[in-house]
Design a binder for this molecule. Structure first.
Ligand code: ASP
Length: 445
């Protein structure tokens, strides 16, 4: 039977009103059979997430302090949701068991996991779906790494014969029986694993935005939503700082060829963003800009090395890279000329060994000139269509030239999926706006 796995983030389940929207979304499509909830998130901007309240209780419990007041706030959140939804259930025995465990063995993972556990109980009751404890199906080894094969088998065994189920996100258990969570935001990962195990048609990830945006809305005014993005494009943008899904949520669905659809609980009519593999049928897409997204990141430096006849000196590059390697540095880009080479890398990492790296480079390659330039930002223009479109790079540089932005470095990946540009940090926002105008606004006209 075909099915969809639906994951709802914390803001989608922050109060009773949000629960109602979630239930309406699930009930409107009977393929939405497996539901993965997060813990109640923020109801307003300075609200506190239940997960954070639980971490606090654990901290107090670990230092032998009273946490009853803080725990009462957690109880109030759930009891408020239950009473407003008018469901006939009590979590009192669950609350007592959690308090008892926190007093006896205050472990962070157990504490944090209870947010999703309790929310799963409430949601299952409200939807009249079966509750399946993630501790029974999401399995980690003793070091805390997910055991995907064992997990998939456990999920399939448990869900066999169930028409629908609620499986709380974020946690599982180790083979030794201890509760273990993923890192923060990890309900995304649970949803992806469940989608893989049940061979879902699609993994819907419901949140509070209508998909990924072409550019950062703090820089570009009301940027467009990305309609379709490939996993590879997403990785490029995420690496450059675009805030997206939990990193580990990609692999389980990607390996099974299941698309992810990012949707908005507060605007369910919006199509959201589809994340798909390279062989997706793109003709279904309505909008085709040349580029998919733009992202930028500050905090880089370049090491500029000049030496006459560098190009003739065998092993020159190797010696330079060995210095970086010996100092534990990885680098982002390394464009070179006949007598010059420049290496872009993180300023923060470089700072720890800056003087030593300069001294080592002088010793290793005796450069004619050696300098470090700080305050560099990298900007990535990402798009699968760039490969087949002429003039893309020309348009990028024309837009920068019109804004009098000095380009310090360019690098086009061999896959032609992205163009990376180095600019001064001060120029980054304007550069992003200009490129957005050139490719998105002007292509609309
Ligand atoms: N509730 C957890 C967190 O706040 C996990 C999640 O929401 O995905 O990080």
């Amino acid at each position: 039977m075909s099915n969809k796995v639906v994951k709802f983030g914390g803001s989608s389940l922050a109060d009773a009103n949000q629960f109602k929207k979630v239930a309406a979304i699930i009930k409107s499509d009977d393929k939405r059979r497996y539901v993965v909830p997060s813990a109640p998130g923020k109801r307003f901007s300075d609200d506190i997430k239940v997960t954070d309240m639980l971490y606090k209780c654990c901290e107090l419990a670990s230092s032998g302090m009273d946490f009853s007041k803080d725990f009462q706030m957690i109880k109030d959140r759930y009891n408020g949701i239950i009473s407003e939804l008018g469901i006939d259930m009590s979590l009192d025995s669950e609350f007592d068991a959690i308090v008892k465990e926190l007093k006896a063995r205050p472990t962070k993972d157990f504490a944090a996991s209870r947010g999703e556990y309790l929310n799963g109980k409430v949601l299952a009751k409200y939807l009249d779906f079966t509750f399946v404890d993630a501790a029974d199906v999401i399995i980690f080894d003793t070091k805390g790494s997910l055991l995907l094969d064992d997990t998939v088998k456990a999920v399939r065994d448990k869900l066999k014969g169930l028409d629908n189920a609620v499986i709380p996100g974020f946690y599982g258990r180790t083979t030794e029986g201890f509760i273990k969570t993923f890192s923060r935001g990890g309900s995304d990962v649970t949803g992806s694993i469940i989608a893989n195990a049940v061979k879902a048609d699609i993994y819907e990830n419901w949140t509070d935005v209508s998909g990924f945006l072409v550019a950062d809305p703090r820089i570009v005014d009301k940027p467009d939503v990305i309609e379709v993005i490939t996993y590879r494009e997403l990785r490029e943008l995420a690496y450059m700082g675009a805030s997206v899904l939990h990193e580990d949520a990609i692999f389980p669905v990607r390996s099974a060829g299941i698309p992810i659809n990012i949707r908005n609980t507060n605007a369910p009519e919006d199509a959201g963003t589809m994340i798909v593999s390279d062989d997706y049928n793109f003709s279904r897409e309505s909008l085709s800009h040349t580029i998919t997204g733009i992202a930028g990141k500050k905090g880089f430096s370049t090491i500029n090395i000049e030496k006459a006849m560098m190009n003739n000196e065998a092993g020159f590059g190797m010696k330079v890279l060995k210095v970086l390697y010996d100092n534990g540095l990885s680098f982002e880009h390394m464009p070179s000329g006949i007598d010059t080479m420049s290496i872009t890398l993180s300023t923060e990492k470089l700072d720890a060994v800056r003087d030593k790296v300069l001294a080592d480079l002088r010793k290793a390659v005796a450069p004619d000139h050696l300098e470090i330039e700080d305050g560099i930002a990298l900007l990535a223009v990402v798009g699968r269509r760039m490969k087949n479109t002429r003039g893309t790079v020309a348009r990028i540089f024309a837009s920068m030239a019109h804004a009098r932005i000095n380009v310090k470095m360019i690098d086009q990946g061999s896959s032609e999926l992205n163009v990376i540009i180095g600019v001064s940090e001060n120029d980054l926002p304007e550069a992003i706006r200009r490129i957005y105008d050139m490719f998105i606004n002007s292509e609309k006209q």
